[in-house]
Design a protein around this ligand. Structure first.
Ligand code: FES
Length: 175
């Protein structure tokens, strides 16, 4: 059982919430951090710990695009398609990635390095078009920038054009 392997961390997370079910998102985040996606056994495990039903956990996982239901590549490219990014041609970003990597949204490259997703607003609306790669944001994208990011990540596992992490994992403040 996944949660049994991280007993101490699970207890730490649970201790922060007076109502157990409020710990659902942090536990899902932990499961994804460990496995790369939220598996069915992990969902059942979490449901049991939080006294929820598996469908309650499943409906939460499917509501948030940050959770993956199947294994993904080493780098998860999430391109924002919401209105502010759409106005500055986020559709072009998707086309550049598709052209370069030969994958469509929802697909992973054969070497399992990149997965492409198209998602709703990532909260960086003033600096579009933008994408999130794992925990990092890349903003004001151009064709040249996108290719540089993809090349750097494939070659070095990192790219200096990133503007930093804004989403999970949020640091847990120690009490
Ligand atoms: S519309 Fe793209 S980040 Fe908000």
């Amino acid at each position: 059982m996944l949660l049994a392997r991280f007993k101490e961390e699970v207890e730490d997370i649970l201790s922060r919430y007076p109502v157990k079910r409020s710990a659902l998102l942090p536990l899902l985040n932990m499961a994804q951090r460990e496995e790369g996606f939220v598996s069915e056994p992990a969902m059942r495990d979490i449901a049991k710990v939080l006294d929820l039903t598996p469908p309650q956990v499943f409906e939460t996982v499917t509501f948030y695009t940050m959770f993956n239901l199947k294994p993904i590549g080493k780098f998860h490219l999430q391109v924002c398609k919401s209105i502010m990014c759409a106005l500055v041609r986020s559709d072009e970003v998707v086309k550049w990635i598709t052209k370069k990597l030969n994958i469509a949204p929802g697909q992973t490259t054969v070497d399992n390095v990149f997965t492409l997703s198209v998602v709703e607003c990532l909260g960086s609306c003033g600096t579009g078009p933008m994408m999130q790669v794992n925990d990092d944001y890349y903003e004001q994208l151009t064709e040249e920038k996108v290719y540089r990011v993809l090349d750097d990540l494939a070659r070095d596992g990192d790219c200096s054009l990133k503007s930093g992490p804004y989403m999970f994992p949020l640091p847990l403040a120690k009490s």
